[in-house]
Each structure stands twice: as structure tokens, then as C-alpha cells.
Design a protein around this ligand. Sequence first.
Ligand code: PLP
Length: 387
Amino acid sequence: MSQIIYADCNGSHPPLQEVKEYLQKRLQGPFANPNALHGPGRNLHAALEKSRAVIANYLGAKNEQVIFTSGSTEAINSVFHGIMPYAREERRHYLVLSAVEHPAVLEAAKKYESQGFSVKIVKVNHQGIIDAEELQDLLKKIGSKVALVAIMAANNETGVLQPYEEIARLCQKFTVPFLCDTTQLIGKLPFNFEKSEIDFAVMSAHKIGGLPGSGVLLVKRPTSLDPMIQGGGQEHGHRSGTQNYLGIECMAMALHVSQEKLAKAKELEESKLRFEKIIKERFKKVTIIGEESPRLPGTTAISYQGIHGQAVQIELESHGVFVTTSSACGDNEPFTSHVLKAMHYSDDVGRGVVRVSFSNHSDFHNYEKITETLSQAYKKLSPIGHF
Ligand code: PLP
């Protein structure tokens, strides 16, 4: 098989070359408990704090606002868990979410819904963007009873960007805490926690070319959160458990390299738009999801109406191109994802979506190969592909 193209950077980004080289050397040691008082422990603690300072600096946060976690899912769950005492005390029983959130947010909200909280969903338009006016009207009505607003910065399936700074300002106006799922944004586009006015932001190292199993929760006022994980009091008691210091050092390295590569975002986006334009010209039945919205520079969710995404994925894979579908598959029957449903796409389009996701680190010439491979796949599948 010729060269392999991995086009699932939104799913998990392979570790960057710099991270692999760092890790290879780093595996020679030292190893110790970074919270121990002996010499090796103190040295590792210093390295951990250096990583924290690097990460805080790149994300526009203060060192004490950075809490290390195992990734975004844990960070998101920590926020839901952590605000509960305050929510109950102040009788704030609404959770406000967008319709296109990641399951980490949706399922956490569902848990508290089963414990008496009411979940309000803010709709998105056909282009995948929330209606800020609807949110404002909602907060005007029930703002004093809202425990948390959770709206993502960038959608994992479509790459559509929400106006998260405007949402943060609205939440501030109504004094409602705002959790912004920044998992897909960080490392791909500039982000500054302090300027954004967000209360809680999250990241997963493996989405930016670090290692799986490490991540960050950024908290404007860390004392405002009840810790979800109890134990030895690490992370100033905000998240107990010995820190994954190797993962954290690699995460700092990945973020450092990603910051340097942010300048590539424009070029990446131009390559993506060229690819999308050619495919649309060749195939009139193709839809680019969220095409008219601001999107992540390297994300395309594309559908050929009537052809199953899984069939396209398999065809591409046979040519060494790895993409994902957005629809999950139950009993071999593909269904339209909640994100595409919320954007009012029919099943005919929704079941057809494949996601091509690259990053600023990718070889942009990959788009040329994908253009040809996808064209061949659509040509092959179109006479037989109707549902
Ligand atoms: N939020 C978004 C938008 C994501 O894309 C993901 C991962 O796919 C997560 C949260 C959860 O990240 P992790 O699985 O690394 O905890």
C-alpha cells in the first residue's frame, strides 16, 4: 500500500515528533513521586511546576488556575460535580447546554437531571451556531436559577465555532458560571483564557499531539469548585491522585510546538477550502456541513446524499486514507448523529457524513490525495449507494 494518510486529528492527534523525541530521552529517568519531599521528588515537582507555567502562559491563565486532569472528559465532569454545592445552596436548578455538545457534557448533565436539575437546550441553526439572542432571553428569564451554562468553542464533528467570547460576556452579565468545552479549539486556533472571560475551560493532550491520559481544567476561581476526586490532596486539593508527570511534560511540549504552528492555520484552511471546492464542483450531491460558519481550519464534515458514510470510510481505508464517520452505527444501521440532527439535516445527508480532520502539523499536500481518493470512492459508490 502506498503512503498512509491519517485524517482523524480531531479524534486523536498522533504524538508530535518533538514529543516522541522528548519522551524517548525522558524515559531514561528520573522517576519519582513529584509530591514527595526527597530530592528526586522535589526535582520532579519543579519540572511539573515548570510545565504548569508553560501551559498557563500559552493558554493565557495564571499558574494556579491550571489543574491537571486525565483529559477533557474528567475536567468537564469535575466542573459539573464541583459546582453542585453552590448550585444547591443558591437554589440554581437549571443546566443550560447547546444541542451540539460532546457526550462528556450531555451525559454529565443527564446525571444531574436524574437528581432533580432541569436541562435547557439552546438550539443551533442549520449552520450549527447557537442563537445568542435565544440564550440571552433564556438568561433574562431564569438567569438567577442557572447553575451552569455549558457551550463548546468548536464542535468535534463539524468544526463549527461558537461565539464563545460573546457567550462568556452574556454569562457574566447574568452572573452565571460558563463552562466552555475548548478541547477542539486549543492548539488549532489562538486561545486566551483570561481574555475570553470563560469560567471553566478544558483540554486533552492527545488532541494536540501530546499523549493520551493527560489534560487540563482551567478554572477562573479554583476555590469555587468542590473537588470530584478525593485523596492525597495533590493539585492543592482540587484533584487528588499522583500527577501523570510524563504526560504533563509531553503536554507542555505539544502545546509549545502547537503555538509555534498556529501561523499555519490560514494555509491549512486554504488547502481545505480548495479540496472542498473541487469535490463540490465534481459532485453536485455533496454537502459540506456548516460550510457558511466559521470553522476549525482543518475540519471538513462532508456528505454525499444517499451514500452511507461507513461505505465511504471503508473505501478510503482500502486506499490508506483514515477518516471517521459522524454517525454511530447501531445494529449495522447507521443513524444521524445528534449534532447533525440539531442542525436539521435529513438522514439522507446525516448518514452520509465523513469527517476529514487535519491540524496545523499535517502535510497539507494530503488534501490532494484525499481529493482524488474521495472522488474515486464517490464515483464507485454512487450508482449503488442509495438508502
Ligand atoms: N470534548 C470534545 C469537543 C471532544 O472532541 C472530546 C474528545 O473527542 C472530548 C470532549 C473528550 O476528550 P477525552 O476523550 O480526551 O477526555
